[in-house]
Design a protein around this ligand. Structure first.
Ligand SMILES: Cc1cc2nc3c(=O)[nH]c(=O)nc-3n(C[C@H](O)[C@H](O)[C@H](O)COP(=O)(O)O)c2cc1C
Length: 144
């Protein structure tokens, strides 16, 4: 099974979530490909069975432009995408917290609810990342 983890991260929080997801995926004997949006060369997403896309939220609940460019670069809506992201409730409270995750999960009609992490996932939130990843992988493994 081929798995892609693509993420956008400025200050490292979303990258940390991506790495934790990758650790969990590896525990299932699957070697995920990592793609850092905006830095790595364009990736052909059609080769992947399952994909994890992650981003932080910006500017009053917005999806960052680099992530929008990535969406346009893909050019179609794959139906095998799980969305994760980080945010901070200090920027607009619950209404704007990780809004990009909600928007992208809706855009991709994701069959998994998005994973929202407040800032760094290290510590208590690490368990949430693991639990969410296991949920996605359970479906992936059943349907593989
Ligand atoms: C100018 C600015 C605006 C932000 N706006 C939001 C927001 O609307 N909603 C939210 O949940 N987080 C917001 N954040 C918080 C970031 O999404 C959060 O710090 C995130 O973990 C950064 O991810 P990164 O470390 O992967 O770059 C904002 C941060 C900055 C600096």
């Amino acid at each position: 099974m081929k798995v892609l983890i693509a993420y956008l991260s400025y200050s490292g929080n979303t990258e940390e979530v991506a790495e934790l997801i990758a650790d969990n995926v590896r525990q299932h004997g699957i070697r995920p490909d990592m793609h850092e949006i905006g830095l790595d060369a364009p990736v052909d997403v059609r080769q992947y069975d399952y994909m994890f896309f992650g981003t932080f939220t910006w500017d009053k609940g917005s999806t960052p432009d680099e992530f929008k460019d990535f969406v346009l670069e893909i050019g179609y809506k794959p139906d095998n995408v799980a969305i994760f992201g980080t945010g901070d409730t200090q920027f607009g409270g619950d209404a704007l917290f990780c809004r990009a995750v909600d928007k992208l999960a809706h855009f991709y009609n994701s069959r998994w609810s998005g994973l929202k992490i407040e800032q760094s996932p290290r510590g208590t939130q690490e368990a949430s990342v693991k639990q969410w990843t296991e949920g996605v992988l359970a479906d992936a493994i059943i349907f593989a």
